[in-house]
Ligand binder design. Structure first.
Ligand code: TYD
Ligand code: MG
Length: 458
């Protein structure tokens, strides 16, 4: 039988075309045709036929809600983001910049899983077996029993999974895997989607837990289609500066645990080590307070962490620049407008740079107040007092809104010896007399201008 030819499907309207064209013949959209696997005419050969025949309807109340058995990886910080460990039949996607430590972490995890009696398989498409062995030696994993397969053909990988039936398999990386069914190159949208779909199906059918490594584009999104994130059960992202030794692994999506949970690691010469008490690692060490620096308490997942926000305001040219690292750029523009309108502080002719220290990315709006205070501190050249911190969301009307779980944040800062706080009024603890807040002076504010006033008088 002749090989079935692939066709091209429009990602907007779903129209098809036998060959690639710049414009979709159905909806006239540009650049939307993507190669996809042929749909065969006979229903038996449908790619998902094997799943379809097992479907049975059950009443929800009759289904036993069995807790998923989790296999701890032996790395506490990784287990934390996974929601307790690997789940049978679960598919985990782990993304991150090149060289950030994806392969390192997964090799370490596989080795400890293997040592605890699980059977593992490490499929590498980027490195040879010898290179993996070299890394293992560097990590101090002598005599590791992890099975390694250097292969990029999807069909061969699936056959190996079928034959060896490992408990946990790592595919490093999904961008290097290719299927014979498609003509496009490995790493293309069509290939990545097709391969991930097949691997996901294999995981669900056989109960093997599969970890896919994904590359990220320059913009920081996972290369390949977003659809990859929908397909898998858990999406983890590596964050952090490759220049600093700290790495964060964040859960973006987790069907088996909490999202936005983060695990903190330090890269050492013997691989990644979990940092169990990370609350103070994102503070830069100043002997004396400096202008343009404000500490905030961020709550990622279940753990509060102190992060230093730095701002530099400097006279700019006719079109001043606004740059932010680790914080949302649009939010910065909005905050500057609020600062001008409600607190009368103008930065119109100034370059404004803000940075979250240590390569941590802060997405929660509770950083707003600290960003504003860091900016005004830099503009005036006046440092905030020693032991100062702030958190709270700032609205367009100039109001300061409460941050979720404010008490926990305050407690964490007090524990680390911070002494002065500016926080939203609604976050003020009812009972300040308890031991948790000892030595802490809390200024509760309702509006931005009030916060500025408090800071000016400190
Ligand atoms: P790697 O795990 O190969 O990253 P990825 O798979 O995400 O591309 O990168 C590891 C980086 O960390 C590499 O730059 C070298 C460094 N490293 C260490 O510092 N210590 C170690 O023990 C190892 C194995 C790597
Ligand atoms: Mg790698």
């Amino acid at each position: 039988m002749a090989k079935e030819k692939t066709h091209y499907v429009c990602s907007d309207c779903g129209g098809t075309s036998p060959k690639w064209q710049g414009k979709c013949p159905s909806c006239n959209a540009w650049n939307t045709l993507i190669e996809s696997a042929p749909e065969s005419a006979s229903p038996v050969k449908n790619r998902f036929a094997s799943l379809a025949k097992t479907a049975e309807i059950a009443v929800l109340g009759d289904i036993d809600a069995i807790d998923m058995a989790r296999t701890p990886t032996g790395h506490e910080e990784l287990d934390r983001v996974l929601g307790g460990g690997m789940v049978e039949g679960g598919v985990v996607l782990i993304g991150g910049d090149p060289g950030i430590g994806k392969s390192t972490l997964l090799l370490q995890a596989l080795d400890s899983l293997q040592r605890s009696g699980q059977s593992t398989l490490y499929v590498t498409g980027e490195e040879s077996g010898a290179q993996v062995a070299l890394r293992a030696r560097r990590l101090g994993l002598e005599g590791s029993q992890v099975r390694v397969l250097a292969e990029i053909g999807l069909e061969k990988i699936l056959a190996t999974l079928q034959a060896t039936q490992p408990d946990i398999a790592v595919i490093d990386s999904i961008q290097t895997v290719y299927s014979d069914q498609l003509t496009s190159a490995p790493g293309s949208v069509a290939q990545v989607r097709e391969c991930a779909a097949h691997l996901t199906r294999a995981a669900k059918a056989s109960g093997v837990c599969i970890v896919l490594v994904g590359h990220v584009t320059k913009e920081g999104a996972l290369a390949g289609p977003r659809v990859l994130e929908h397909m898998v059960d858990t999406v983890l992202y590596f964050e952090g500066d490759t220049h600093s030794s700290f790495r964060l692994v964040r859960a973006i999506k987790n069907r088996f645990g909490a999202v936005n949970e983060i695990g903190v690691f330090a890269m050492t010469e013997k691989g990644l080590k979990g940092v169990s008490n990370p609350s103070a690692i994102f503070l830069s060490q100043h002997a004396e307070p400096v202008p343009g620096s404000c500490v905030m308490v961020t709550l990622e997942g279940t753990r509060p962490m102190l992060v230093e926000i730095q701002a530099l305001v400097d006279s700019g040219g006719p079109s001043p620049r606004r740059l932010s690292v680790g914080l949302d750029k649009d939010r910065l523009a909005m905050l500057l407008a609020v600062l001008h309108r409600h607190a009368g502080v103008a930065c119109m002719d100034q370059d404004v740079f803000v940075n979250a220290v240590g390569g941590v990315r802060i997405s929660e709006p509770a950083a707003d107040l600290a960003v504003l205070l860091a900016i005004t501190s830099s503009l005036r050249g006046k440092p905030l007092p020693k032991g100062f911190f702030a958190f709270g969301e700032v609205g367009l009307a100039g109001e300061v809104r409460p941050a979720p779980r404010g008490q926990e944040r305050l407690k964490e800062a007090a524990k680390l010896g911070f002494s002065v706080a500016v926080v939203p009024k609604a976050n003020l603890p009812r009972n300040l007399k308890t031991k948790d807040f000892e030595g802490l002076t809390i200024h509760a504010v309702e509006r931005v201008e009030q916060a500025m006033e408090v800071v000016r008088n400190l």
